[in-house]
Design a protein around this ligand. Structure first.
Ligand SMILES: Cc1ncc(COP(=O)(O)O)c(C=O)c1O
Length: 412
């Protein structure tokens, strides 16, 4: 029970136990980890000038970056940077308004058309972040009486969208088509079904069984939404993602992507039939009530898309590097999750051991993200490869990992 006190006039007086901030003061987990030298978050990186490909600056040191989602190594590409600089020169630093009102520029409209064509859809809508795109689309497109059937391992932005939605939600075990079919069978005939999956799962790096999903979904008239945040730039003959890789791009009813990974910027998009996109443009609250993406970010995406199309060798090199890393780690007894994408996750069961490992790797000049439950089903050393990495980088990473894991007594 809350203990609030009031004085004789009936006014509430502050007391230790009714302060909203109390939970913040009691939240000591980060400071405990800091004191133990195991805190891995909010490392502060410096400018990239003078760094070799695959490197970033951390204080006075340069470290190898194996935690970035800049899969095609385009953040520092001269054409991408120049496009952003020119956009600021021509349009200024922001739009100061929602797309619906004063915030639409010709470059937004052009990019939306390019993105729609890229993923074989009639139209697209751009959001301020990928998170917003998922949250907005899932919550705006569903109503009471609909049902959302989701893979169990969805990204937080999709989960938030589902939570915000008035639709009923069912989750099937990760990539388990038998369980998925049972969920479909459980839907009453009058419920409208919306199926949500990632193309490439962000933590595990595996590819969704989109073939199973579409085959089972079709007889139910269900609509399929695929989040290609980690597929775009990495998979498919043109880099359009997992659905393209599987020959199923045209079977996806809605394709979502972010700009914060292969597209070297920030923002996100959703592409589908024109009517669906027009509906979102007028009803998705995070779109209607939020300022539009600034010119530099939009121009960077346009340039990154162009480079992606012109230089497919980046994608192929990235995939070869990731496969080499998977093979090398596997042959040394590490528990690498199987896959064929840029994400190479290594299972390290013990949470403390994982934090220690990441700290020790950083001391050796290698940055890798630790992923702790519940962000993934298992604790993972989530190595992410980019087109900047070479065989030499892989060799250094593997040699260091073997030595450091051995020194820490980490089980493989
Ligand atoms: C699968 C997936 N969807 C959506 C997002 C959100 O994208 P953004 O970082 O562009 O907001 C992420 C980001 O990590 C992601 O991994």
């Amino acid at each position: 029970m809350r203990s609030s006190t009031s004085d004789i006039s009936g006014k509430r007086k502050a007391s230790g136990s009714n302060d909203l901030f109390e939970k913040c003061r009691a939240f000591t987990r980060p400071s405990e980890l800091q004191a133990a030298g195991l805190y891995m978050y909010f490392e502060v990186f410096g400018e990239r000038d003078g760094c070799a490909p695959g490197e970033v600056r951390l204080g006075k040191r340069k470290v190898m970056m194996f935690g970035s989602n800049d899969y095609l190594d385009l953040i520092n590409h001269p054409k991408v940077k120049e496009a952003a600089i020119q956009a600021i020169r021509k349009y200024g630093s922001g739009c100061s308004g929602s797309r619906l009102l004063n915030g639409t520029l010709d470059m937004h409209v052009k990019l939306e058309a390019e993105l729609a064509a890229f993923v074989h859809k009639q139209a697209a809508i751009i959001f301020g972040t990928g998170f917003q795109a998922n949250y907005a689309a899932l919550s705006a497109l569903t109503e009471k009486g609909d049902v959302m059937i989701c893979d169990h391992n969805l990204h937080a932005s999709l989960v938030e969208g589902a939570l915000r939605s008035p639709a009923r939600t069912m989750r099937f075990r990760h990539n388990d088509m038998e369980h998925f079919e049972r969920c479909l069978e459980n839907c009453p005939p009058d419920e409208k079904i919306f199926i949500v999956s990632e193309g490439v799962f962000s933590m595990e790096g595996d590819i969704a069984d989109l073939e199973g999903i579409t085959k089972l979904a079709k007889p139910y008239g269900a609509r399929v939404y695929v989040d290609e945040a980690h597929g775009i730039g990495v998979l498919g003959p043109t880099g359009a993602g997992a659905a393209e890789h599987l020959g199923l791009l045209d079977d996806m009813d809605i394709v979502m992507g972010t700009f914060s990974k292969s597209l070297a910027s920030v923002g996100g998009f959703v592409a589908s039939e024109r009517d669906v996109i027009d509906y979102l443009k007028h009803t998705a609250r995070p779109f209607v009530f939020s300022a539009s993406l600034p010119p530099a970010s939009v121009a960077a995406v346009g340039a990154a898309l162009h480079v992606m199309k012109q230089e497919p060798e980046r994608r192929l090199h990235l995939l070869r590097t990731a496969q080499l890393l998977r093979d090398e780690l596997g042959s040394r007894g590490f528990r690498v999750l199987p896959g064929e994408t840029a994400i190479v996750p290594v299972v390290i069961e013990d949470e403390l051991a994982l934090c220690r490992l990441c700290k020790a790797l950083l001391a050796e000049g290698i940055y890798i993200n630790p992923v702790l439950r519940p962000a993934a089903a298992q604790n993972l050393l989530r190595i992410s490869c980019t087109a900047a990495h070479t065989e030499k980088h892989v060799d250094r990473l593997v040699t260091t990992l073997v030595r450091v894991a051995g020194a820490l007594g980490i089980e493989r």
